[in-house]
Each structure stands twice: as structure tokens, then as C-alpha cells.
Design a protein around this ligand. Sequence first.
Ligand code: ATP
Length: 236
Amino acid sequence: MNIGLFGGTFDPVHRGHVALARAALQQCKLHRVYFVPANIPPHKQRQPLSPFVHRFAMLALATSEEKAFVLSLLEAPEEGATPIRINARTEKDRQEKPNYTIDTVRRLKQSCKASDKLFLLIGMDAFADIAKWHQAEALFRECEFVVASRPGYSLADVANALPESLRPRPEVTRPFHKQPATGDLVLPGVTIHLLADLHQPGSATAIRQAAAAGKALGRFVDAPVAEYIRKMGLYK
Ligand code: ATP
């Protein structure tokens, strides 16, 4: 099977995330996409974050219609670590170890067959920092990448974001500057499938700001997620 792994904070999940997963499903012929909400994202440890239980519930609402989308508890807090005051943002669960994607990938592989192929789904903004990720080279060995490109990014931006040991020499990437970030990029030890612009505006940050200002969220999220945010009083 071709298995996609889509990690993030999903605070909240929005149409951009779902569009990315759907495009990956089609373009890379994935049989399943695991959505993996992070309990403690390494790069967002200082930011306030909604409790895992809310982010998980919103993901369940947003993905329920697609059979191939499966929620994963691979990065869930240990039992008992989930805060009881589920409406409050809390620091408590952030005292644990951060979730590194390489650990999640290795844990997922333990339950896969040797013939299964793993694809890591990621947006271009996050991919731009991939070289700083924990054991980034190992991630490229374990998985192929599916990167949702954004307008204005070239193939050179993608290649130059690679960890140094995998990055092609400048004379190799020079012609890439004129090429948009689409298609497949295959280099020694690296396979990247690029999804053309998904035309999904917005980010979780914009949604939190809109909710705090009491604005409608229908532009960014489907009705069940918007209703959940309203009922639970999130992002006020
Ligand atoms: P925030 O604004 O809180 O940083 P985010 O939606 O950018 O939220 P995550 O929830 O962690 O951040 O995103 C998970 C993944 O989805 C990341 O790889 C990110 O690059 C990607 N992503 C986020 N927004 C979009 C979008 N509109 N289109 C495509 N990919 C996206």
C-alpha cells in the first residue's frame, strides 16, 4: 500500500489541509492518509496551543466523509496527560518530550508491511525549514515527500531547502530557478512529488484571529468544524 502521513498542529484543521490530502491521494495514488495531530510540535513549543482533544475532534469532523482519511493517535499525549479543563489552553502537556516526525515515521513503519511505501505530506512553508528538522536526512531515507507548492516558488527553492548532505550543487540547481515547483523532483536519496497550487487561502492563524474577532469561519472551514469552534468557545 501507498500510505500518506500528514502531521501538523491542526489548530484548527481547515480546507487547505483537506485539499492537500485529497490532491496527494490522487496524484500519488495513496490508499490511505493518516492525519497525525502533534501533541507537542517541536517548532511551536512556545506558542499557545489548543488541547489535543479539541484538535483531534475537529479533525474527526473534517475527515469523516473520506474513507481513505484515517486519524492517528501516534503523537497523542500519554494517558492522563490530557488536561481536564478542556476549554483552556494549557502548558501542562508541553512539559513532555516534543514529537519528532522521524520517531512517528518509525513507529508507523512497525505496523506496516515491508512492501508498503510511506509518503510524508507537507506544505511548502513547512518544507522550507525541513533542513532544521530532527534527523532530516533519515526522513528522506524512510519516506518520499509530497509537497504542496505555492505560487512564486521554483524548483530551485525546493532543492535548496534540502538538508546540506542531500542538496544538489549550485551548478545543478541553476536551471531550476526558471522552473515552477511542479512535477516530481528525483535526486540521489530524495524523491519529492510536488502538488501544484491548491488555491486554498487561509491558515489556522487566520482562523483563530477571525474566531477571536467573532467573524464567520465559513470561508476557511466546513460547517461542522465552524460549529464545533463556536460551541466550545475556542480561540476567544
Ligand atoms: P498555523 O497558522 O497555526 O501555523 P498551519 O495550518 O500553517 O497553522 P499546521 O496545522 O501545523 O499549520 O499545518 C500542517 C501542514 O499543513 C503543514 O505542512 C502546512 O505547511 C500545511 N498547510 C497549512 N496551510 C495550508 C494551505 N492553505 N494549503 C496547503 N498546505 C497547508
